[in-house]
Design a protein around this ligand. Structure first.
Ligand code: FRU
Length: 469
């Protein structure tokens, strides 16, 4: 049946067929959340990139739409963003209808093969019918390449104070900011490249946005994906906290922070144009890792997105951090609730959410297992949290896949753990999202039981409905 394959995610977005990587162009408009994504429609590995497209009214159930952007004479369509140009600053609107504008990277394979350095440029396309059909702008590229091979992944926001559009762009191992009054003409503003950041690999997919704490203090957050160089090897997303004056980003804390400590949350960025009344900053990531994304044992399609997460800013003793909470809309998927009352219990569903309160500082473990000897063990050992997928199922497609993952807890008192299990992924949120850990797993049969040790049998297990019909 539809979406019934082995490993097919039941409550995560995945394309019907073929290869997907980064989420792109997320924008909210007239009741619809748009999700575009890096897509290769002719195969199950990375290839000439298109923008696939889906929409949702609730961030949970998705409707597939036709491919939005195809490679053209300027190149493949790499990652980027989308905005609603409400004031028609671009002049691309018509009859009072604001354009939805996509800003993306053109990757010219001919220039690349010819040994040129300037094969990545920024282009735009626009839609006047709620993202259903797209026109590529005639004046592309809107931002030419200055002679740097890695020059990509534009994320554009409207900056109220300066009344300008701001583009964050990944340029090899720094972020460059550009400004524009109209999305068509771009002026270089500044570079961000602090000595203490993580530089294990190329910088990709930036995102810059303001967040407020509960008491109303505002900070700017800059997300920067990096590959390789993540805390578990390969791909991961670091973030910076600072101030932004319309031209440059000034970090106010010198530390490398990670949006997610697992191996499988990459290239994540946030939605544009979420209504002010909602006020959330909603994030989704690509649930894979370039170390093995192209060889994971799924057939027909490859890759899924993480669950959408609301990002929030918290302050503790003068230090700010970003927490990730699964969007509340996901609670609609809870079809049955079971109180947890014993240390070993049956899951009873392939798709579950488990919520447990943790009461003291002792070591503990939480083991998902089946009777084929497959298991995933989550444990706390003193000041570390360990995610062990070494016996999770199929792991042989990549050497390091089964390496136990260690996450520093920095003396944080653990109060709660929330786990989402789908057919080929486990997402863990400690302390309401203070630590997020996202990992793929490929058990030959679903995990059927949980065993707790050192954890009070106190909490709830939910069976989750499939989002696919
Ligand atoms: C990140 C990335 C981006 C690029 C895209 C190509 O995963 O490498 O930098 O635009 O994927 O598909």
């Amino acid at each position: 049946g539809y979406y019934q394959e082995l490993y097919r995610p039941q409550f995560h977005f995945s394309p019907e067929a073929n290869w997907m990587n980064d989420p792109n162009g997320m924008v909210y408009y007239e009741g619809e959340y748009h999700l575009f994504y890096q897509y290769y429609p002719d195969g199950n590995v990375w290839g000439p990139m298109h923008w696939g497209h889906a929409i949702s009214e609730d961030l949970v159930h998705w409707e597939h739409l036709p491919i939005a952007l195809y490679p053209d004479s300027l190149g493949y369509i790499f990652s980027g963003s989308a905005v609603i140009d409400h004031e028609n600053t671009s002049g691309l609107g018509k009859d009072g209808m604001p354009p939805m504008v996509a800003i993306f990277t053109y990757h010219d394979p001919v220039g690349e093969a010819g040994g040129r350095d300037d094969f990545q440029t920024q282009g735009i396309a626009y839609s006047l019918d709620k993202g259903r059909t797209w026109t590529v702008y005639e004046g592309n590229p809107v931002l030419a390449n200055p002679g740097i091979k890695d020059f990509r992944d534009p994320k554009v926001i409207w900056h109220e104070e300066s009344e300008l559009w701001i583009m964050s762009l990944a340029v090899l191992d720094k972020i460059s900011f550009y400004t524009s009054p109209n999305l068509l003409d771009w002026t270089f503003a500044s570079d961000f490249q602090p000595a203490w950041a993580a530089y294990g690999g190329v910088w990709e997919c930036p995102d810059l946005f303001p967040l407020k704490t509960e008491t109303g203090e505002e900070k700017w957050v800059l997300l920067v994906s990096i590959n390789p160089g993540g805390p578990q090897g390969g791909s991961a997303t670091q973030y910076f906290i600072g101030d932004f004056d319309g031209k440059s980003f000034t970090p106010t804390q010198e530390d490398v922070e990670w949006i997610d400590w697992g191996a499988d949350n990459y290239a994540g960025v946030t939605w544009s144009n979420i209504p002010e009344a909602d006020g959330r900053r909603i994030f989704i990531g690509w649930m894979s890792n370039w170390n093995y994304a192209q060889v994971v044992p799924t057939t027909a399609w490859r890759s899924a997105m993480t669950v959408p997460r609301s990002l929030a800013l918290v302050e503790k003793e003068g230090t700010y951090s970003v927490i990730s909470q699964p969007v509340s809309e996901l609670e609609k998927l809870r079809i049955r609730e079971f109180p947890v009352t014993s240390e070993v219990f049956e899951l009873g569903s392939k798709t579950i959410e488990l919520l447990l309160s943790l009461q003291d500082e002792q070591d503990f473990s939480l083991r998902f297992y089946n009777d084929s000897g497959e298991e995933v063990v989550l444990s706390r050992i003193r000041d570390q949290f360990i995610f062990d997928r070494s016996k999770s199922g199929v792991t042989t497609f990549e050497d390091g896949f089964g390496n136990p993952q260690t996450i520093p807890l920095n003396s944080v008192q653990l109060e709660s753990v929330r786990v989402f299990v789908d057919q080929s992924s486990i997402e863990v949120f400690l302390n309401d999202g203070a630590v997020a850990i996202t990992n793929l797993v490929f058990p030959k049969r679903a995990y059927s039981h949980v065993e707790l040790s050192g954890i009070p049998a106190q909490g709830s297990l939910y069976h989750l409905a499939s989002i696919w019909k």
